[in-house]
Write a protein that binds this ligand. Structure first.
Ligand SMILES: Cc1cc2nc3c(=O)[nH]c(=O)nc-3n(C[C@H](O)[C@H](O)[C@H](O)COP(=O)(O)OP(=O)(O)OC[C@H]3O[C@@H](n4cnc5c(N)ncnc54)[C@H](O)[C@@H]3O)c2cc1C
Length: 469
């Protein structure tokens, strides 16, 4: 049996940097990857989708070229083989970099096989059993295939198999109105096909609150994405033209006929085939590994990082998990998951940048809640760019003067949100930003102005009727 100081299972977003820190600290490390180096983010998640979204943006801008006085003089067609080839090249570069740097890492042995616990300190990889004093689980998750009627009788796509699509489907039907469904939905509509998003709830991305959901629904509808909300009974059956999806919505036809179906109804952790029961590692009822604030499992010497611990579902939260574990183990720095502020983007166009609490959460937890809001039609930079969909909304605590949350749905919102996120980490009073001189012309330059116009949240909402114009 080969013994290591540390074994890392999964070369996703936490495993590789952790291997770097542990080996640099003099440990002998094994890292085990069963499939693709870089995991979901690099191969079937963030990187490829954002590369494809860039192609979709280019197509959309080309269609709008005349609005900018640019003459293209022909119809805009999308070559999906070229879109995929561009995406594949970007992914390949990232994956290869991770793989080669791990394989070149001194004191690090890379195993390419499925890992399974044999005991709290032993891992089986193929025919070998490895042992270690410390084991770090970074196994990520995969798309849920919901137990909906007829699902086993139809061909369906997930975010993983979407990566092989090098053709334009006639009509892509997406089940699930979360961020994965929205990103693929707008992207494929911009590539040309008919797209229908089916959502069981009354709104897309309901967590964001009605105002944001409605604005995003308007944006997508204006681009010709069909939305079927309140789809309470979803079922599938094969159809001569592809797949019939029964929707049973309050409005519209009872079924949608699509050439292809993408299931985007959530993710589940890869903990069902890891032998965790042999190690006695506790999971919750959805299979997420239970960890404390320093990402330790209930079994001494075993940690869980990234999507598999249910504490975050993003690359930046996974990477932060690595930072927390490394800080506690190697630096004597007691970083905690609870130090983290919720923040993420939804990469539709315009993007939604989010930090801190949603308005609904803030209303419950903040006594003296103040809100500032501005439609992107009143942001010079957005007007100049011809991208005026969306709005800026900032929530602050009138007593502590600290930021509570923000949503920036608008051009550059994915970057601008960091102005607020950093203030939140600094626990700084919003009055500091009020007096900051931001650069003109930018979206960020309007943040101090929005803060000048704060009102109690109970006051009548600022008029945002033209926010999505
Ligand atoms: C379509 C889509 C778009 C996304 N876009 C974004 C985005 O824009 N921004 C963002 O922050 N996040 C995004 N995410 C989420 C992001 O991809 C994940 O949060 C992130 O990849 C989680 O990293 P991880 O290391 O926990 O898991 P993963 O990246 O999934 O890595 C886990 C690794 O473990 C390996 N593994 C699993 N089980 C075993 C085993 N038993 N033995 C050996 N190896 C094993 C897997 O093969 C995999 O390589 C997106 C996700 C999807 C699906």
């Amino acid at each position: 049996m080969q013994h290591y100081d540390s074994i890392i299972i999964g070369a996703g977003q936490a495993g590789p940097p952790l291997a770097g820190r542990l080996t640099a600290a003099g440990m002998k490390v094994a890292i085990i990857e069963r499939k693709l180096f870089g995991g979901t983010c690099v191969n079937t998640g963030c990187t490829p989708t954002k590369a494809m979204i860039a192609s979709a943006y280019a197509a959309q801008l080309a269609r709008r070229a005349a609005e900018y006085g640019v003459v293209i003089g022909s119809t805009i067609d999308v070559d999906m083989k070229a879109v995929k080839a561009r995406k594949d090249a970007i992914v390949e570069q990232s994956r290869t970099w991770i793989e080669t740097s791990l394989k070149a890492m001194k004191n690090c042995t890379v195993y390419e096989d499925h890992a399974r616990f044999e005991s709290p300190k032993e891992i089986r990889v193929g025919n070998e059993v490895l042992s270690a004093d410390r084991i770090f689980i970074n196994v990520g998750g995969r798309a849920v295939v919901p137990a909906l009627p007829g699902v086993s009788e139809i061909p369906y796509l997930t975010n993983s198999s979407m990566m092989d699509v090098d053709f334009l489907p006639k009509h892509l039907v997406i089940v699930g109105g979360g961020y994965v469904g929205l990103e693929f939905g707008q992207m494929f509509r911009r590539f040309g096909p008919e797209v229908t998003i089916i959502e069981m709830g009354s709104h897309l991305i309901r967590r964001e609150g009605e105002e944001i959901s409605t604005a995003i629904e308007d944006i997508l509808r204006k681009e010709g994405v069909n939305l079927r909300l309140d789809a309470e009974c979803i079922g599938f059956r094969p159809h001569a033209d592809g797949v019939s999806v029964t929707v049973d919505c309050k409005e519209g036809a009872p079924e949608v006929i699509g050439s292809h179906v993408l299931l985007a109804v959530g993710r589940r952790p890869n903990t069902d085939d890891l032998g965790i029961e042999k190690a006695g590692i506790a999971t919750d009822k959805r299979g997420y590994i239970v960890v404390d604030d320093q990402l330790r499992t209930n079994v001494p010497g075993i940690w869980a990082l990234g999507d598999c611990n249910g504490k975050g579902a993003f690359t930046h939260t996974t990477y932060n998990d690595y930072e927390i574990v490394a800080a506690n183990l190697l630096d004597g720095d007691s970083r905690r998951v609870s130090d983290r502020i919720t923040a993420y983007n939804i990469y539709i166009d315009p993007p939604l940048g989010r930090a801190g609490l949603t308005e609904a959460e803030a209303r419950k937890s903040t006594r003296n809640l103040l809100v500032g809001q501005r439609p992107m039609t009143k942001v010079g930079r957005a007007v100049e760019k011809g991208e005026t969909n969306g709005f800026i909304k900032i929530l602050v605590d009138g007593d502590s003067k600290q930021f509570v949350g923000a949503a920036i749905l608008g051009t550059g919102g994915d970057e601008v949100i960091h102005c607020i996120l950093d203030m939140m980490y600094a626990k700084a009073e919003y009055t500091i930003m009020q007096r900051a001189v931001h650069i003109h012309p930018t979206v960020s330059e309007l943040l101090p102005t929005v803060l000048e116009e704060l009102k109690p949240v109970a006051a009548p909402a600022t008029n945002t009727t033209n926010a999505t114009a």
